[in-house]
Design a protein around this ligand. Structure first.
Ligand code: NDP
Ligand code: MG
Length: 286
């Protein structure tokens, strides 16, 4: 799907949540990989100015803004339905869902129902409806490929192994900004303290969830649905350096880890090209 022959037409990508942290990273990847991929649909919630800039730069066939905005051109899609319209746009073969929250669910389902690949950052889609989402993907022969760094790491470690060969999935967690704080100090923590993530630059909701470690609980649920592994065989280990993005332990006792600099551009690119890899030097190595 990543277009082995780069001389052929680039693969169309719909990007939901284009103005967010993952959305902007995805556009940097798409820009570098423009011989292989082209953004054909972009959406935002209320940030008209940022979306307008992206539309001017990338000229997608479709743009959609969820919130009312008098300045938005009449040609743009409007309201919550614009997510499904973007996800089902005929020019898009891949949908990157980088919306935050359960609002991303209908678009994920609509894209899967059309047999498209969904590169999923929007973990809430799996937390609220994991069984429905994975069943929809199976029934329509559609691919659900994780963008979340831990799940991308697991996908890379699994590399075609069979379910019966896997003993355990081990997700890594940085431990967040409060890992070394005593409990009394954490009780006084401010929003600004919680937003200072030690290793990742992310949107505010996931950064707060990382400070409380709630994000890791969401990721265990996400891993359970993506890889069909029971909860008692999914563990979490604190790894403050965020260099190992997760491990898979196999039935023979061997453990594979995936490593990389903490940049979401790496798992975003992999979700587009999986199961293959393509040359990309946009993210500086260690
Ligand atoms: P941001 O808050 O930075 O961006 C969210 C994007 O979604 C924005 O484009 C925003 O539009 C749009 N949006 C927000 N609410 C709605 C809504 N109700 N309907 C439609 N669009 C909406 O979030 P992140 O990029 O950090 O995260 C996106 C998803 O990716 C989350 O599920 C998160 O858990 C996951 N993720 C993020 C990582 C990261 O590094 N940031 C890492 C791993 C997973 P607008 O700008 O107009 O408000
Ligand atoms: Mg993660």
């Amino acid at each position: 799907i990543q277009g082995k022959d780069v001389a052929t037409k680039p693969v169309g990508v719909a990007l939901l949540g284009a103005t967010g942290s993952i959305g902007k990273s995805a556009l940097r990847v798409l820009e570098r990989q423009r011989e292989r991929f082209v953004p054909v649909a972009l959406t935002a919630n209320g940030n008209f100015a940022a979306l307008a800039e992206q539309v001017a730069q990338f000229s997608p066939a479709y743009a959609g803004l969820v919130q009312e905005c008098v300045d938005a051109p009449s040609s743009w899609g409007r309201g919550p339905d614009c997510l499904v319209e973007a996800a089902t746009h005929p020019d898009a073969s891949i949908v990157i869902n980088a919306v935050v929250g359960a609002a991303g669910l209908p678009a994920t389902l609509a894209a899967l129902q059309q047999g498209k690949r969904v590169a999923l950052a929007n973990k809430e889609t799996l937390v609220v409806a994991g069984e429905i989402v994975t069943r929809t993907a199976r029934e329509h022969g559609a691919e659900l490929v994780p963008v979340d760094s831990e799940h991308s790491a697991i996908l890379q470690c699994l590399a075609g192994r069979q379910p019966h060969e896997v003993r355990r999935l081990i997700l890594t967690a940085s431990g967040g900004p409060f890992r070394t704080w005593p409990a009394e100090k954490i009780a006084q923590a401010t929003r600004a303290d919680a937003l200072k993530h030690p290793t990742w630059q992310m949107g505010s909701k996931i950064t707060i969830d990382s400070a409380t470690l709630a994000n890791k609980a969401l990721e265990v649920i996400e891993a359970h649905h993506l890889f069909g592994v029971p909860y008692d065989r999914i563990d979490v280990v604190v790894h403050p350096q965020s260099i190992i993005h997760s491990f898979v332990e196999f039935v023979d006792g061997s453990v594979l880890a995936q490593m990389g600099v903490p940049s979401m551009e790496l798992p975003i690119l992999y979700a587009l090209t999986w199961p293959e890899r393509v040359p990309d030097t946009g993210v500086p190595s260690f």
